[in-house]
Write a protein that binds this ligand. Structure first.
Ligand SMILES: NC(=O)c1ccc[n+]([C@@H]2O[C@H](COP(=O)([O-])OP(=O)(O)OC[C@H]3O[C@@H](n4cnc5c(N)ncnc54)[C@H](O)[C@@H]3O)[C@@H](O)[C@H]2O)c1
Ligand SMILES: Nc1ncnc2c1ncn2[C@@H]1O[C@H](COP(=O)(O)OP(=O)(O)OP(=O)(O)O)[C@@H](O)[C@H]1O
Length: 567
C-alpha cells in the first residue's frame, strides 16, 4: 500500500486505527487531555516514542507491503499517552518536525513515482491501441486485395480503362482489389462518424462516383503500379518511380457543390453570388452554402431560393454524403476552415484564390468558368493532403472510457507556452520511443501541407505536400543542438506535459481552438485516414513549386552576369 493510500484509507482494524491515529498525532503535536500515568522512567519513554515512530516510518516505506506489518510494532495505548504527556514538555519537538517533514517528502515522492508509472502504462496502452488499429486496417486492405474486384476479370489492357468505370452494383459486392486505383464507391460506403454505423444508402446513391488512378502524364490506359515493394527472384525491389500524380475522373456527373467563403469580404460576396447563379443556370448544379451566406444571398435577392444550407452540427456531419465538390473563395485560412467542417471523409476541394498568399488556393477567381468547367468534366489532378488527428488525453480523466473528441488539422497542431512567461517543458515520444524534451517556446507537429506555414517560420523544411511524413519542429528551443525532424507518416506522436513542469502548455489546431494542457495531460497525434483532396491547377508538383516561387519568392536572386572572371 502506498503512503498516500495509507493516509487516505479509512482505518478498518484496530491496528490500522492505531497506526492512522498515531500518524495523525505526529502531524499535530497537541497532546491529548489525559491524566499523567504512574510514570515509567524518562529514558524508557523516549525509547518507546522513538521506536514507535521509526516503526511507523518503516511500515510506511513498504509501498506494497500490507498494513498489518505495522501492527506488531505499534506500542500500547498507555505508553503512547505517557509519551504525549512527556512530549509536551521536552525539546524533542524539532526531531518530530523533521520526521513529519520527511514523511511528507516520502509521500510526495511516492505520489510522483506512482503517477509516472501510471503515465507510462497509459502511454503504452495508447500506443498498443494505435498499433492494433493500424494492423487491423492493413489486414482489411490485404483481404480486399485477395478478394479481387470486377476490374480484374479481363486481361485485355485496352479495355481496362473503360472497365474501371465500375459497375457500381457488381463491385459493391466484390470489393476493390486496389490494383487499378481507388474506386469511389468504396469511399462512399465508408461509415459516417457518429452513432449511425452506415450512411443512408439513398443519400449515397445521389453522389457522383469517381475513381482515382496512378497514371503517367497523359497516359490513360490505366496501367499503374500500386505496390511499392515487390520481390524479383527473391530480392526486394521497389516499384518503378513513375509519375504518381493522382487523377480524379468522374464516373457520373457531379451534381452538388458546397461553397465555403471568407467572411466580411465584399469581393468574395459578389463573386460567390455570381458563381452560385452560374452553376445553377448553366450547369444545373445543386448548391449548398453556409447559413451566413444563405442569409446574405436571400436578403440580396429572393431568387436565390434554390440554395440549400444546414441548421446544426448533425447536418454538417452528413454533408460529405451529399456534396460532390467543395468550392472555397478566400485564402489558405478558408481552405483550413472548409477542411475543419469535415471530421471524416472530405469531398474534393477547388480553392479559388482571394487571399494574399494562397499556397493551397491555385485557381484564379477571374477564370472561374473555365476552371469549374474543367473540374466538372474531369479528369483533373489532385493533391491528397494528409491531416493529423489529435487527441487530448487529460490526466484527470485517463481512467475514463470517454475521451475528448479528436481534432483534425490540415496544417499543424502547435503546443506552446501561451500567456505563460516560463519555458515550455514537453516530453515527446514517437510510438513507444522517447524522442526528446522540448524546452523553449513550444513545438509544432505539422503535416507536409503545413510545412510552408508556421513550421516554415520556425525553421522547418518545406516539404512537398505529397511526401508521406510528419514534421517535428521546435519553436525557439533553448538549445544549440535542436534541429527540426521529419518523421514517417505511420508513427504516433505523444507530447506530454510532465508533472514537474512549471506551468501549463497550450495546444492550438490550425491556429484555432486553444486548449490548455495541464501537467499530466498529453496530446496524441497520428495521420488521419481522411485526407483533404485538393484539385490542382496543373499538377501537385507544378502547383507546389509555383506557390513557393510566387508566394515566398523562394531563392530569388539576381543572376550573375557572364561578364567577369572565368575558369
Ligand atoms: N509565425 C507564423 O508564421 C505563424 C503564426 C501563427 C499561425 N501561423 C499559421 O497560420 C495558420 C492559420 O492560417 P489562417 O489563415 O487561419 O490565419 P491568418 O489569417 O493569421 O494567416 C496566416 C498566414 O499563413 C498562411 N498560411 C496558412 N496555411 C498555409 C500553408 N499551408 N502554407 C503556406 N502558408 C499558409 C496564410 O496564407 C496567411 O498568410 C496556422 O495553421 C499557422 O500555420 C503562422
Ligand atoms: N467560412 C468561414 N467561416 C469562418 N471563418 C472563416 C471562413 N473562411 C475563412 N475564415 C477565417 O477567416 C480568416 C481569413 O481567411 P483567409 O486566410 O482565407 O483570408 P486572408 O487572410 O485574406 O488570406 P491570406 O491568409 O492568404 O492572407 C482565417 O482565420 C479563417 O479561419
Amino acid at each position: 500500500m502506498s503512503l498516500d493510500e495509507l493516509a487516505d484509507k479509512e482505518a478498518s482494524s484496530p491496528e490500522e486505527i492505531q497506526l492512522v491515529q498515531s500518524d495523525a498525532k505526529f502531524r499535530s503535536f497537541s497532546p491529548p487531555p489525559i491524566p499523567i500515568p504512574a510514570s515509567p522512567s524518562i529514558t524508557s519513554l523516549v525509547d518507546s516514542v522513538s521506536d514507535e515512530r521509526l516503526d511507523v516510518m518503516a511500515s510506511h516505506q513498504s509501498e506494497n507491503g500490507s498494513i498489518s506489518t505495522a501492527s506488531s510494532t505499534v506500542s500500547s495505548l498507555e505508553s503512547e499517552k505517557a509519551a504525549y504527556e512527556f512530549l509536551a514538555q521536552t525539546p524533542i519537538k524539532s526531531t518530530d518536525a523533521h520526521l513529519v517533514e520527511f514523511s511528507e517528502a516520502m509521500r510526495t515522492v511516492a505520489k510522483a513515482l506512482r503517477q509516472v508509472a501510471e503515465g507510462k502504462a497509459a502511454a503504452q496502452a495508447e500506443a498498443a491501441e494505435w498499433k492494433r488499429k493500424y494492423e487491423s486496417e492493413m489486414a482489411h486492405k490485404q483481404q480486399s486485395k485477395i478478394k479481387g474486384c470486377g476490374s480484374c476479370i479481363s486481361n485485355d489492357i485496352d479495355k481496362l480503362a473503360s472497365q474501371l468505370t465500375l459497375d457500381t452494383a457488381a463491385s459493391d459486392q466484390l470489393g476493390c482489389c486496389g490494383k487499378h486505383g481507388i474506386c469511389s464507391h468504396e469511399v462512399l460506403q465508408d461509415e459516417v462518424p457518429g452513432p449511425i454505423p452506415r450512411p443512408n444508402h439513398r443519400m449515397v446513391g445521389r453522389k457522383a462516383s469517381f475513381k482515382l488512378s496512378w497514371g503517367c502524364n497523359g497516359d490513360k490506359n490505366g496501367q499503374h503500379k500500386h505496390d511499392f515493394v515487390s520481390f524479383e527472384k527473391g530480392d526486394i525491389t521497389t516499384a518503378e518511380r513513375s509519375n504518381k500524380q493522382i487523377l480524379l475522373k468522374w464516373e457520373s456527373q457531379p451534381q452538388t457543390v458546397l461553397f465555403i467563403t471568407k467572411p466580411n469580404s465584399n469581393s468574395v460576396r459578389v463573386l460567390c453570388a455570381e458563381m452560385v447563379r452560374w452553376l445553377k443556370e448553366h450547369k444545373n448544379i445543386n448548391v449548398f452554402v453556409e447559413p451566413r451566406v444563405s442569409k446574405e444571398l436571400l436578403t440580396e435577392d429572393s431568387s436565390y431560393n434554390f440554395i440549400q444550407t444546414w441548421d446544426n452540427d448533425e447536418e454538417i456531419k452528413l454533408l460529405h454524403t451529399k456534396v460532390d465538390l467543395i468550392v472555397t473563395l478566400g485564402g489558405d485560412g478558408t481552405v483550413l476552415w472548409a477542411a475543419s467542417l469535415f471530421k471524416g471523409p472530405v469531398p474534393p476541394v477547388v480553392a479559388f484564390s482571394l487571399g494574399s498568399l494562397g499556397f493551397m488556393t491555385p485557381f484564379p477567381s477571374e477564370q472561374y468558368r473555365d476552371c469549374l468547367d474543367n473540374v466538372l468534366n474531369g479528369p483533373f489532378s489532385i493533391t491528397l493532403r494528409n491531416r493529423l488527428q489529435c487527441h487530448v488525453i487529460r490526466d484527470a480523466a485517463k481512467d475514463e472510457l470517454v475521451t475528448e473528441e479528436p481534432i483534425l488539422v490540415l496544417n499543424e497542431v502547435t503546443i506552446d507556452r501561451g500567456i505563460s512567461s516560463y519555458l515550455t517543458y514537453l516530453e515527446c515520444y514517437c510510438d513507444s520511443s522517447f524522442v526528446t524534451c522540448v524546452q523553449g517556446d513550444g513545438l509544432i507537429i505539422s503535416t507536409t501541407s503545413g510545412s510552408t506555414a508556421y513550421s516554415l517560420a520556425a525553421g522547418g523544411s518545406m516539404v512537398h505536400p505529397q511526401v508521406p511524413g510528419i514534421l517535428f519542429t521546435p519553436i525557439c528551443p533553448h538549445s544549440l543542438s535542436f534541429r527540426p525532424l521529419i518523421l514517417p507518416e505511420y508513427v504516433t506522436l505523444r507530447v506530454q506535459v510532465p508533472y514537474n513542469s512549471r506551468g501549463s502548455a497550450w495546444a492550438s489546431f490550425d491556429g484555432k481552438d486553444r486548449k490548455q494542457l495541464s501537467p499530466g495531460d498529453a496530446l496524441i497525434c497520428s495521420i488521419s485516414p481522411w485526407p483533404v483532396p485538393t484539385a490542382c491547377l496543373v499538377d501537385s508538383t507544378t502547383d507546389f513549386l509555383r506557390s513557393i516561387h510566387e508566394g515566398l519568392h523562394w531563392n530569388l536572386r539576381k543572376s550573375q552576369s557572364f561578364d567577369g572572371p572565368r575558369d
